[in-house]
Design a protein around this ligand. Structure first.
Ligand code: NAD
Length: 350
């Protein structure tokens, strides 16, 4: 399994997208965000996506360099038409706009449609946390990617509709919730499928509605479904996924599951909250730090070494992979090299 430094993997990614027709400033953003996912340990949203995104560019479904239009706007909100540009680029601009607006309006909401897949959604609320704000991002799939069974159902009707919330802390890394409303992201099934490994019980049902550990039951036909978050309380994950479908897809006009849409997109909602306009930042940090310390002081249950804050695993993994390198599985590396050849890079320099 090859191992790369952050810089090497960013260069590989940026070079492939530039050769694939993406303007260099956009290719840089994509390289940065895909590799940040790998660094954080979310390989499902990292460079494994290069072949998929290049395929979408070739098919004319991602239009690199497309200008983003603000269609409606007030001091505290905007509706953006992404014009089918690169999702990561649109999403980064949308959260930047949310942060700018929240500086004067305290709270802002930006809704986006005609936007391709934005990747790991936790990247965007982290931008707000870095600006001393709370950031919230949620997306649906514009009515496509119907992988998740409704609670009590036996086929895929919803996308994995994720929610991410980040809040700054005084000294440590931000607290980051970044979760799908399904048990796991579909990309995690793709990673297991590429590796030929089984997935844990409780993630999937097959096309008969029976529990299965075989990723082929989602990746191949006849297709089963991912289960909603929550196990025996799956009604909560289902309800969460449904609300995210509405806030991501109905508010923006991207479309909800059942709309009959076939073109994959992320219907996006970005929210920024300027903490300092509610309370002194110092007081806020004191509450947050105290809360986390209180959690960590809980005596650990059998099988656990410590209590973690949301986002801590990713922050630690990022530090480790920045030090030790990012391992890329052989099948993913083979696909990346193949894609490089397809866009005319006979040799990858890194
Ligand atoms: P996951 O199940 O790994 O959960 C991640 C979250 O749980 C993080 O906030 C993490 O810090 C927290 N966490 C994990 N272990 C913890 C522990 N022991 N203690 C405390 N907190 C812990 O991730 P997922 O739900 O499978 O989602 C994976 C990724 O997929 C996310 O980054 C998401 O943004 C992305 N995604 C994107 C799309 C899209 O359409 N753009 C769709 C679905 C998912």
């Amino acid at each position: 399994m090859p191992n790369f430094t952050q810089n090497q993997l960013q260069k590989i990614t940026t070079d492939i997208f530039e050769a694939g027709g993406v303007p260099s400033d956009e290719a840089e953003i994509i390289g940065e965000l895909l590799v940040a996912s790998n660094l954080a340990g979310h390989d499902s949203h990292g460079v494994i996506r290069i072949p998929q995104y290049i395929g979408l560019i070739d098919a004319g479904l991602i239009q690199p360099g497309a200008p983003m239009h603000i269609e409606r706007e007030s001091t505290s909100h905007a509706l953006l038409n992404g014009n089918w540009g690169f999702g990561h680029v649109i999403a980064q601009k949308a959260m930047s706009l949310a942060i700018e607006k929240a500086k004067s309006s305290t709270i802002s909401a930006i809704s986006v449609y005609n936007c391709n897949h934005i990747g790991r959604i936790g990247s965007y609320p982290l931008m707000a946390a870095e600006a001393g704000m709370v950031g919230i991002t949620m997306v649906n799939a514009g009515g496509t990617a119907r992988y998740v069974a409704p609670f009590g159902g036996s086929d895929g009707r919803l996308a994995t509709n994720p929610l991410a919330i980040a809040t700054p802390t005084r000294n440590g890394h931000p607290i980051l919730l970044d979760i799908t409303s399904s048990v796991v992201a579909q990309g995690k099934i793709r990673v297991a499928f590429n590796r030929g490994e089984p997935v844990p019980l409780g993630w999937l049902i097959n096309s008969e509605g029976e529990p299965t550990q075989d990723p082929r039951d989602l990746m191949e036909s006849p297709q089963g479904a991912l289960l909603p978050l929550g196990g025996i309380a799956g009604h909560k994950g289902y309800a969460l996924g449904l609300m995210i479908d509405i806030l991501g897809g109905a508010l923006s006009g991207a479309g909800c599951s059942g709309s009959g849409n076939t073109r994959l997109q992320n219907g996006v909602l970005m929210i920024a909250l300027d903490i300092a306009n509610f309370t002194a930042l110092d007081d806020f940090y004191e509450h947050v730090d105290g809360l986390i310390a209180h959690m960590k002081a809980s005596p650990t249950a059998p099988g656990f070494d410590e209590i973690l804050a949301p986002g801590e695993i990713e922050a630690r993994q990022t530090e480790r992979r920045q030090r030790e390198g990012i391992p890329i599985d052989d099948e993913t590396w083979r696909q990346i090299q193949e894609t490089a050849m397809e866009v005319g890079l006979s040799e990858l320099k890194f």
